[in-house]
Ligand binder design. Structure first.
Ligand SMILES: Cc1cc2nc3c(=O)[nH]c(=O)nc-3n(C[C@H](O)[C@H](O)[C@H](O)COP(=O)(O)O)c2cc1C
Length: 161
């Protein structure tokens, strides 16, 4: 199980994996938040996330945000607090919030594109497993919003490190 230096022999072991915080949510963009504003959010986020060792994905389409963020738990907590106070979006629904020992899903990306169909599937799945009434109501509102108009072309805000 361990070699003579005390390290696990198993190559697939997550022995070296860091303690990582994850926050996944969706929200609705506030009125007036357009492509230019989202561009500013992205520009800001890329700079800040590098400094905080945070990686992840942001999707914006049809007035809906979906974001996957991962990083050191303390840094992530600060960002989550900022996100909740940010008036550029509302109806924030937490899809996942956890701290565990694992390697990153997006180690090299500050932002990566997720297709519109994927957002709908993720939200639908979240609705099916949601128990909190407020989350269920907010998820329904977001899905209705998505279904009420054509899904815009998503913006490939993808920048590799
Ligand atoms: C949809 C959305 C996603 C955001 N993503 C990030 C992000 O990944 N990293 C970041 O630093 N700020 C992000 N922000 C901006 C933060 O909410 C906040 O405005 C910024 O971090 C400054 O907050 P502070 O002054 O409390 O540090 C995002 C804002 C919105 C509306």
């Amino acid at each position: 199980m361990f070699d003579e230096f005390g390290f696990p022999r198993d190559a697939d072991s997550d022995y070296a994996a860091p303690i990582l915080g994850t926050f996944v949510y969706c929200s609705r963009a506030a009125e007036g938040v357009d492509d230019a504003e989202v561009g500013r959010i992205i520009e800001w986020s890329q700079r800040r996330n590098v400094a905080r060792d945070i990686t992840g994905v942001l999707v914006f389409g049809s007035g809906v945000f979906f974001q996957w963020i991962e990083g050191p738990p303390a840094q992530l907590e600060k960002l989550i607090a900022s996100l909740h106070g940010d008036l550029r979006h509302h109806d924030i629904v937490t899809l996942d919030r956890s701290v565990e020992k694992r390697s990153r899903l997006y180690p090299n990306w500050e932002m990566e594109l997720v297709g519109a169909d994927d957002i709908r599937a993720v939200l639908q799945e979240a609705l099916e497993s949601a128990e909190d009434e407020n989350n269920i109501a907010a998820l329904r509102r977001i899905l209705e919003h998505l279904d009420s108009g054509p899904v815009d072309t998503l913006h490939p805000f993808a920048t590799k490190r």
